[in-house]
Design a protein around this ligand. Structure first.
Ligand SMILES: Cc1cc2nc3c(=O)[nH]c(=O)nc-3n(C[C@H](O)[C@H](O)[C@H](O)COP(=O)(O)OP(=O)(O)OC[C@H]3O[C@@H](n4cnc5c(N)ncnc54)[C@H](O)[C@@H]3O)c2cc1C
Length: 456
């Protein structure tokens, strides 16, 4: 749809930063999936009042609105598929409050995850959710996708840290939810309902987050294995032992080879897989890592390298964080999924994926959060080759069937957006989908907020 001139005049009267230049419309038309749809205008609000003002105009004039953080999403959930207004939060990027006594922080949605971490560390505090995109993704986007990261195995995901929200409904009404306490039992849990709702229910303008003490020590190690089965056995033994590593990230042999081509870091390209492991806390972190070393060696690790210093620890982490960017060396397109299976069934998942890959002839690269069963499954293909891409989508269907058969879920952290919309009904029952749609109508009766997402 095109926005009428009169609407733009009204929007410009409440929001200083509005653009309709072709360059901005292109820049705000896609996320990390590269699915594109141009909006009609981009607004960069600076306050809750500005957001409420824009929403009132859009509600009256029936203009779709799509909120957007940094656009790093892997599900197309910030792509404005029906045009209209993109609300971009890059200029609502203030850390409003850090309370070291009550252990919470209040932020605007455009704060970049890593910037919050840096600010908190000066107070001896820590905000654990650490998506690999933490250098660019925003807290608003993290909350709306329910983002997780390597530290989820010990600390949980974004959902576990959101104490309260301020958000604007499509009507322009401002709602505050949540508490400043650790416990509460008053009314419906609207905060949790908003988390992971992918910008379809309300626009968040302020977020209160629980924070924890910054661990004094972090110990980082990289284990190298000859075979993938050995990596999985090590993970199972570590988890069974009751050890709680802060991070336990698996990389398959193809991922290792791609990262080596990308980084030229001297990685062991002949290995069957690697495991990045971190423990944290006080002195116990080193003791726990020693136990983990023993489990890795008895599962068949051929090397167990402890990072000598912070620089080497960063290099180990960089190896893991570079996988996503390095994979395009294999094939031009990756269908990147973030499935989760019960963590005792990782071996079954990987074996099943091997069988699917062999049958289809398409490479499937796996890596990710082995500690919580959340494995990134990358079907490597070429979108410009129609027949191959159609075959890749068939493979995706089989992957989801396998995951659900194992009692898993089709998304652990990226959300549904556009890319998983056709598969939602494989996982959610009719009753749950119908109630969700009625909830959406209660928040957004005219379907103006991030339309076309999540539900078929
Ligand atoms: C290299 C790379 C690595 C990644 N690694 C991880 C990972 O380890 N774990 C993980 O979970 N994800 C990961 N991701 C995916 C992505 O970074 C996350 O989904 C992230 O949370 C998106 O944040 P964003 O600021 O980019 O939000 P966007 O992509 O811009 O938006 C995401 C969703 O949030 C909504 N939204 C944004 N701001 C608001 C707001 N103020 N109010 C209402 N809705 C809003 C949007 O409409 C959209 O639905 C990775 C992505 C890349 C490119």
């Amino acid at each position: 749809m095109a926005i009428e001139k009169g609407a733009l005049v009204e929007i410009r009267a409440v929001c200083r930063d509005v653009s309709t230049t072709p360059a901005d419309l292109l820049l705000y038309s896609f996320d990390a999936t590269r699915v594109k749809h141009r909006p009609d205008c981009v607004c960069w609000p600076r306050s809750t009042d500005e957001v409420a003002g824009i929403m009132k105009i859009c509600a009256r004039r029936k203009i779709p609105v799509t909120p957007r953080g940094a656009g790093t999403g892997f599900a197309g959930s910030s792509v404005p598929v029906e045009g209209g207004v993109v609300l971009a939060f890059a200029r609502m990027d203030k850390i409003l409050k850090i309370d070291p006594e009550a252990m919470y922080a209040e932020v605007e949605p455009g704060v970049v995850n890593q910037d919050l971490g840096t600010a908190l560390s000066a107070h001896g505090l820590f905000y654990p959710p650490d998506p690999a995109s933490l250098r660019s993704s925003t807290i608003g986007g993290n909350v709306m996708t329910g983002a997780g990261g390597p530290s989820a195995v010990k600390y949980g995901v974004t959902r576990d840290y959101v104490m309260g929200l301020t958000f604007v409904l499509p009507s322009g009404e401002v709602v505050e939810t949540g508490v400043k306490t650790l416990k509460w039992a008053v009314g419906y849990d609207l905060t949790s309902l908003m988390v992971g709702s992918e910008g379809t229910l309300g626009i968040i303008t302020k977020i209160r987050l629980r924070v924890v003490p910054l661990p004094k020590t972090v110990v980082t190690a990289m284990a190298v294995f000859n075979g993938r089965r050995d990596v999985v056995s090590a993970v199972a033994a570590i988890l069974r032992s009751g050890a709680v590593p802060r991070t336990m990230e698996i990389m398959d042999s193809t991922a290792v080879k791609c990262v080596e081509e990308y980084l030229k870091a001297g990685l062991p390209v002949d290995c069957g897989g690697m495991l990045l492991i971190e423990t944290d806390g006080g002195d116990s972190a080193a003791v726990e890592m020693e136990k983990i070393r023993a489990f890795c060696l008895s599962a068949g690790a051929r090397e167990f390298n402890l990072a000598k210093d912070g620089r080497e620890a960063d290099q180990f982490r960089k190896t893991r964080r570079s996988i996503s960017a390095s994979l395009n060396r294999l094939r031009p397109t990756k269908i990147n999924e973030d499935v989760v299976v019960p963590r005792n069934l990782i071996a079954e998942l990987l074996d099943g994926l091997d069988a699917i890959s062999k049958k289809s002839g398409l490479p499937i690269v796996t890596f990710g959060h082995a500690g919580d069963g959340n494995i990134h499954v990358n079907i490597m293909t070429d979108r410009s080759n129609e027949a191959e891409y159609a075959a890749a989508l068939k493979v995706l269907d089989e992957v989801f069937d396998l995951v659900l058969k194992l009692g898993g879920t089709i998304s652990g952290e990226h959300g549904v957006g556009l890319s998983k919309k056709p598969y939602v009904s494989k996982e959610m029952g009719e009753g749950a989908i119908s109630l969700s749609k009625r909830l959406k109508r209660a928040f957004d009766p005219d379907n103006l907020l991030n339309p076309g997402k999540i539900f078929p």
